[in-house]
Design a protein. Structure first.
Length: 96
């Protein structure tokens, strides 16, 4: 699984990058199914956390969350992403 974390309109500190990497472990049960995991963190008036997950079988999942703080935005994004990954994983298991 390739993980790419980008920051737009601000400099991403190491502790924030570590926080995102720590949260990525929540989807470790699907690591062998994921090809790319792309995270974009944007700061305008508030923080926007976006993630795109590309699966081996060609399906992509995209989630986007906003918050006034970076860490809660990442938490919300990962909550939503985790649910979508579980749903996609169950869909694939059902087709077998």
């Amino acid at each position: 699984m390739n993980i790419d974390i980008k920051a737009v309109h601000f400099t991403l500190q190491d502790d924030a990058k570590d926080y995102v990497n720590k949260k990525v472990t929540r989807i470790h049960n699907a690591e062998n199914m994921i090809v790319d995991f792309l995270v974009t963190l944007t700061k305008d008036r508030d923080f926007t956390a976006e993630a795109t997950v590309n699966f081996r079988w060609g399906v992509s999942i995209h989630v986007k969350e906003n918050d006034f703080e970076l860490n809660p935005a990442v938490d919300k994004m990962m909550d939503k992403l985790e649910q979508k990954v579980i749903k996609e994983k169950e869909k694939v298991k059902g087709k077998r």
